[in-house]
Design a protein. Structure first.
Lengths: 114, 114
């Protein structure tokens, strides 16, 4: 899964939009972009995923470039509770049978400043 | 909201003890997973189950076994705990409909083996 590049860390002011970039230049046509986050000492949390269209849910928006080589996760109004490590992964959705666990890279440590 | 619960947040056991970690999900998901997470090694899949009584080995099954007698419950068993099994253990579930990659995690169990 580690076919993505993310900045090691980012700061964002509370109340502002947090924009987290991810490069996935070798993404293939049937691979989705998934975002998870992990708050310290908690389990990972699914945020959003997309194939080529932009997606939005109650947590975040996902903007995928037209060539699909990069994407941006947007938290529209960041709060202190959004401080976490954010992981971007690319996967073929529903990838067949068998054990196929998620693997995260190092992710981006997002720190929301009061 | 999907809820995945794990029986303990923290557990301390002695070498050689048999350890049971329980996971319950309330969303009628078919797939359930057990991972361990260690600093520098990331998330590693131990076992996966895609149906009641069905299981498949993940990347690091040695020293572990699992049980899935009911759809909502997936247990991880350490037959004879060793110090190198000190870790954070994470359970996750997903449904066929949303694809295996959209996984919902429990809060984790931090196990210390002395």
């Amino acid at each position: 899964d580690a076919k993505t590049t993310q900045p090691t860390s980012m700061d964002c002011a509370e109340g502002r939009a947090a924009n987290l970039p991810c490069n996935h230049s070798t993404i293939s046509g049937n691979e989705y972009v998934y975002w998870y986050r992990q708050i310290h000492s908690q389990g990972p949390q699914y945020i959003i995923h997309g194939l080529k269209n932009n997606e939005t849910n109650e947590m975040a928006s996902l903007i995928i470039t037209e060539d699909r080589k990069s994407s941006t996760l947007i938290l529209p109004h960041a709060t202190l509770r959004d401080t976490a490590v954010y992981y971007c992964i690319v996967r073929v959705a529903g990838s067949g049978g068998g054990a196929d666990g998620l693997t995260f890279g190092k992710g981006t440590h997002l720190i929301i400043q009061p | 909201d999907v809820k995945v619960t794990q029986s303990s947040r923290y557990l301390v056991k002695r070498t050689g003890e048999k350890v049971f970690l329980e996971c319950v999900q309330d969303m009628d998901h078919e797939n359930m997973f057990w991972y361990r997470q260690d600093p520098g090694l990331g998330l590693r899949l131990i076992y996966f189950s895609y149906d009641v009584k069905m299981k498949e080995k993940g990347d690091i099954p040695e020293g572990y076994s699992v049980s899935r007698e009911k759809k909502e419950r997936f247990s991880l068993i350490l037959e004879s705990a060793s110090t190198n099994q000190t870790s954070m253990y994470l359970c996750a579930s997903s449904s066929y409909i949303l694809a295996k990659e959209t996984q919902y995690f429990g809060p984790g169990t931090r196990l210390l083996v002395l």
